[in-house]
Write a protein that binds this ligand. Structure first.
Ligand SMILES: [Zn+2]
Length: 495
């Protein structure tokens, strides 16, 4: 058997998680040179001698990147090193032309932190081992194969625009005690981290563009034991939903291996979004394989305590404190708040409320109409293509009687299709409700004349028959009428 049913796996085994998140900083220039970091440029147009690793070129540290690293460390309650160095991580891969990556090894800029995530009303403490600085690699594109991997490809292309973009790697300590909730806790952690990094303003945290990437480690041990099992590291996980799915799959796969008397192999694994499985990658290298040594071309970093304290003063509200605050301010029930958190909708609702909508209206749109579209497209709420400001504008249009909820769905469709602002979509698609009383009255008259049987029923006291007449009027008005007003008119006229 390749996988064990999830419940069976959890009855026998206790998962231990480890999460490594890479975040690309949004500095305008790269970590060690002045090249631009803008995403999506023509391949190999944002490169220089330094980030191409040409002989004799020398790196210089980007001060803004160090500042962001310290702020991230502080936001995760880490100790900030008084003195630390960069290290060379030696390995060969074509997307890394120096044959080593400048990273940090035993002297990370931030270490020993913690944070917490809230899931189903329960709080989980996540200990942070370290947050260190490094440079991103270039990108390989393998052309001609079916899998997009180098095996079976006809040829490969390399783009070094990303080479040298500043990265912060945030590593948790082993996360224990989450049991069956492990995949959800992992997702909640990455969601919290994304929101925190966005609030810090240090990254655009777009998982689908790779500016936030998660490697998910998991191992299993028999329930009731304490020794860690052998872990695997799943790469390639590029959405919040995939973090949860990939871990869930990996737990059921490892459980099947262990139950069958086998051994879990320590290796990296690749997550396949379409088939929902992981497959074996390379055997995991150990630290020795990388022959780390201090980077001789860069001076050590020694942030003054005054600077660190200045940066501490710029931190946003911690995510857990924010949750407590908004749940009071919004007046949601516990159940409503739980749905909002598990949908990852806290920040979008907050922004929608800031843009003028009521909390309940904001919640309604994000958790129904927009959540449905996000699910269908397999993306996060913030990536559906409608902004909190646009949601607030749509709600204003509803409240002013320009459109109703049903028409609002067409407005969402138009906005997401790029047809302009909600007001522009209403105009272009002629969605505004008919407020012209004469037009409404004419439509009501027509419905009355065309349906004498229904009119007689209403006259004999069967008021529920009114619905059929309202339906007929609404159909004639293409849904663009206020149903309550139509009902009034019908009853007045028959009355
Ligand atoms: Zn460069």
């Amino acid at each position: 058997m390749t996988v064990l049913p999830y419940e069976e796996a959890l009855a026998a085994y206790d998962p231990v998680l480890g999460l490594e998140v890479h975040v690309e900083l949004n500095t305008t220039s790269k970590m060690f040179c002045g090249c631009s970091t803008v995403f999506g440029a023509e391949p190999n147009t944002q490169v220089c001698a330094v980030c191409l690793g040409l002989p004799g070129s020398l790196p210089v540290v980007n001060a803004k990147a160090v500042e962001s690293a310290i702020r991230i460390g502080l936001a995760l309650n880490c100790t900030i090193a008084e003195w630390c160095r960069f290290a060379r991580k030696n390995y060969f891969y074509p997307d890394m032309p120096k044959n080593y990556q400048i990273s940090q090894y035993d002297e990370p800029i931030a270490y020993d932190g913690w944070t917490e995530v809230v899931l189903d009303g329960e709080s989980y403490r996540i200990d942070i081992e370290r947050a260190h600085m490094e440079e991103d690699t270039g990108k390989s594109l393998h052309v001609g194969g079916v899998t997009g991997r180098i095996h079976g490809a006809d040829y490969s292309l390399l783009d070094y625009n990303r080479s040298g973009v500043p990265l912060i790697e945030i590593v948790t300590k082993p996360i224990e005690g989450t049991a069956a909730k492990a995949p959800q806790v992992a997702r909640a952690y990455v969601t919290m981290l994304r929101d925190l990094l966005r609030a810090l303003g240090v990254s655009d945290v777009r998982m689908e563009q790779g500016s936030l990437r998660c490697d998910a480690n998991v191992s299993l041990r028999p329930v009731g034991t304490t020794t860690f099992g052998t872990r695997t590291e799943t790469k390639n996980v590029n959405s919040l939903r995939s973090v949860e799915r990939a871990l869930r799959y990996e737990i059921t796969r490892q459980a099947a291996v262990l139950t069958g008397g086998g051994r879990v192999v320590q290796e990296t694994r690749h997550w396949h979004e379409d088939s929902g499985i992981t497959t074996a990658g390379r055997n995991k290298e150990t630290a020795e394989d990388y022959r780390y040594f201090p980077e001789p071309d860069l001076v050590p970093i020694a942030p003054s305590r005054e600077w660190v304290e200045e940066l501490r003063a710029t931190l946003p509200e911690p995510p857990a404190a924010k949750l407590k605050r908004v749940s009071t301010e919004w007046g949601f029930t516990d159940l409503e708040m739980r749905d909002v958190i598990s949908a990852g909708a806290v920040n979008v609702i907050e922004a929608t409320v800031d843009a003028g909508a009521s909390p309940q209206a904001a919640r309604k749109w994000w958790l129904t109409e927009i959540a449905r579209r996000a699910n269908e497209a397999g993306v996060d709420l913030s990536d559906v293509g409608v902004s909190p400001q646009q949601v607030a504008e749509i709600q204003t249009l509803v409240e002013s009687g320009t459109i109703n909820d049903k028409l609002a769905r067409q407005v969402f469709e138009g906005v997401i299709a790029g047809e302009g602002s909600p007001t522009e979509v209403v105009t272009a698609r002629k969605l505004a409700m008919v407020s012209d009383e004469n037009a409404l009255a004419a439509a009501v008259d027509e419905a009355i004349n065309a349906n004498p049987d229904i009119v007689n029923k209403i006259k004999s006291g069967k008021l529920q028959a009114t619905g059929a007449l309202i339906g007929s009027v609404m159909k004639q008005m293409r849904g663009q009428a206020d149903a309550a007003r139509v009902r009034e008119l019908i009853l007045e006229k028959i009355g």
